[in-house]
Design a protein around this ligand. Structure first.
Ligand SMILES: Nc1ncnc2c1ncn2[C@@H]1O[C@H](COP(=O)(O)OP(=O)(O)OP(=O)(O)O)[C@@H](O)[C@H]1O
Length: 223
């Protein structure tokens, strides 16, 4: 199931006027593909992710997540959609300090009222190369390992859409490349529609499509 943004405009209050953060943005990310979004600071990349995540409602246009149009949903319905259909990976992992890697994942399933989370948590930790680290707490893991737990956690509820913001900014080149490789594989294996915001040009080779954001406008660089 894909992610579709159709003619999306978002403005913020700015003094007496409004600042246009997203200007008639169109983006379609088919399931099982990764779209990278590049662009200078302040161009609207985080706003794009926030709208795609249904955290911010645009002024106009449509956002469709995994086949569900989100425009008419209440805040509570959007929260359920986010929990079930959208995985979000931010720059910093924000793991809970007192929980083991496995528990970080299990808690996501419990929030959604699901049982039998332990098996899926084990399977996902293995998929991100952390099968033997499941019992460790965040301070016992490296930066790259923490980001892997973060990615596995985002996939816990089998989202159709995966939104990733600068996942390698805290990692050295080699670990960053490994995390990118992992994201590409997971996108294909788990058929997520993945959007990756990145500053790192080295990431673009792995992408199925590359878009550039400038002053709120999104253009296709390669597809
Ligand atoms: N809550 C807000 N209120 C007002 N203006 C905002 C708000 N959030 C962002 N902006 C403005 O909207 C524009 C787009 O910001 P956004 O954070 O989406 O850019 P970005 O490309 O993600 O930048 P960076 O790469 O630095 O994170 C910027 O001009 C920013 O100052």
């Amino acid at each position: 199931m894909s992610l579709i943004l159709d003619d999306v405009t978002l403005t913020y209050p700015d003094g007496d006027g409004r600042l246009t953060a997203l200007d008639r943005v169109r983006l379609e990310v088919p399931s099982g593909t990764l779209t990278a979004v590049v662009g200078p600071s302040g161009s609207g990349k985080s706003s794009l992710l926030a709208v795609a995540a249904t955290l911010i409602r645009p002024d106009s246009g449509r956002v469709c997540v995994g086949g569900t149009p989100t425009g008419e949903l209440s805040a509570a319905e959007r929260a359920v959609l986010r929990r079930r259909n959208i995985g979000i990976v931010f720059q910093q992992p924000n793991l809970l300090p007192s929980l083991t890697a496995a528990e970080q994942l299990e808690v996501m399933a419990r929030l959604d009222g699901r049982r039998a989370a332990a098996g899926r948590a084990r399977e996902l930790l293995a998929a991100v190369g952390l099968a033997d680290q499941a019992h460790r707490r965040p301070h016992q893991l490296s930066g790259g390992q923490r980001q892997r737990v973060n990615i596995a956690r985002a996939l816990m509820n089998e989202p159709s859409v995966l939104l990733v913001d600068e996942p390698t900014s805290a990692l050295d080149h080699e670990r960053g490349a490994a995390v990118l490789d992992l994201l590409t594989h997971l996108t294909h294996d788990r058929a997520t529609a993945t959007v990756l915001v990145t500053h790192d040009r080295a990431h673009l080779e792995a992408a199925d499509a590359v878009h550039e954001m400038r002053d709120g406008r999104l253009t296709v660089l390669t597809a």
